[in-house]
Design a protein around this ligand. Sequence first.
Ligand SMILES: Nc1ncnc2c1ncn2[C@@H]1O[C@H](COP(=O)(O)OP(=O)(O)O)[C@@H](O)[C@H]1O
Ligand SMILES: [Mg+2]
Length: 246
Amino acid sequence: MADNLILDVQDIKKSYDGLEVLKGIGFGLQKGETKVLIGPSGSGKSTLLRCINYLTVPDAGRIYLNGEEVLDKNIDAMRSRMGFVFQDFNLFTHLTVLDNVRICQIKVGGTDKQTATQRAHSELERVGLGDKAHAYPAELSGGQQQRVSIARALAMDPDVLLFDEPTSALDPELTGEVVRVMQQLAAEGMTMVVVTHEMSFARQAADEIIFMENGHIVEQGAPNILFNSASNERTQTFLNVIAEHG
Ligand SMILES: Nc1ncnc2c1ncn2[C@@H]1O[C@H](COP(=O)(O)OP(=O)(O)O)[C@@H](O)[C@H]1O
Ligand SMILES: [Mg+2]
């Protein structure tokens, strides 16, 4: 294992009822890198992200975060260092925005309330929602809710942020505000794995794009190389479909 990797994912396998949906996936992420994971629906992208923080337990393979292996016995501590941003936001609807952003800091991180509150306000400012601390999720647009969920992840000071199609539940006019926050984070040197079909984000922010299909990595490379001359026919076909419809 290269010791400068923040996240080192090795040979992950996962089956459901005899169907192998991850067939040995590996990749590494250096500090400050953004990798974008693309591929057709059902190719295993969500399963892979969920295996990385053990929301789904892999059948085989190893995951290292900052050189330390992610295991059952340390999963709570390891998970608190990996922020997860879901497609459907996963906010607590009965809590205010402020409480959503500080509750994990207090309950999981053991941070005192005053420090957690300050951190919550500064992360809300960072995603452009400094004036929404006392609103409830239902009072916000989908784009604003997703930005709250990003602020909540950032407030835990994660080593890596994992995004699973963060804009695919949003109306097109709300996608941009979330993509801009993600671009800003990438530019600031956050370490991120992003599953997305937003190719503008991939082109602009990704250090590397990984194309998955049927539980395999088919091809990976820098965006300008992959977009201009994907060597694999499947990758090329997928990119063409996305370009037409995405
Ligand atoms: N909890 C589950 N139980 C059974 N099958 C699952 C489960 N989660 C995912 N799958 C199957 O695994 C495959 C990969 O799914 P997924 O990781 O969601 O793909 P993607 O995110 O690329 O669309 C699909 O065939 C899906 O039906
Ligand atoms: Mg998915």
